[in-house]
Design a protein around this ligand. Structure first.
Ligand code: SF4
Length: 95
């Protein structure tokens, strides 16, 4: 089930935004926070569907997200990720 109120359950909630909007090797640290986030899929869909260009969202850097957007420029990422999760509820969605 898609969590419309995902931001309230974000693992990064309460962290300073500067920890997620980092560059280079610091992004790997930011991605570790996302690894245990219960709303990672929703977060990633938000970033992809809104073409958010900066920061780590849903465990992906802006560079990684740009690569996905190039591969499927007209996708509704919420639809893609929601369908994937429904089909494989026990699997962590990795795109
Ligand atoms: S996936 Fe990462 S950036 Fe998104 S809400 Fe969770 S911890 Fe924050």
């Amino acid at each position: 089930m898609w969590n419309q109120e995902w931001a309230a359950q974000a693992a990064c909630r309460g962290q300073h935004p500067d920890k997620l909007f980092v560059r280079g090797a610091e992004q790997n640290k930011a991605k570790q926070v996302c690894g245990g986030c219960p709303v990672r899929t929703e977060c990633l869909a938000e970033a992809l569907d809104n073409q958010i260009e900066w920061g780590v969202w849903g465990g992906m850097t802006e560079r990684e997200r740009r690569a996905l957007l190039r591969r499927r420029p007209n996708a509704s990422w919420r639809a893609v990720l929601e369908a994937a999760r429904e089909q494989h509820p026990d699997v962590v969605v990795r795109v």
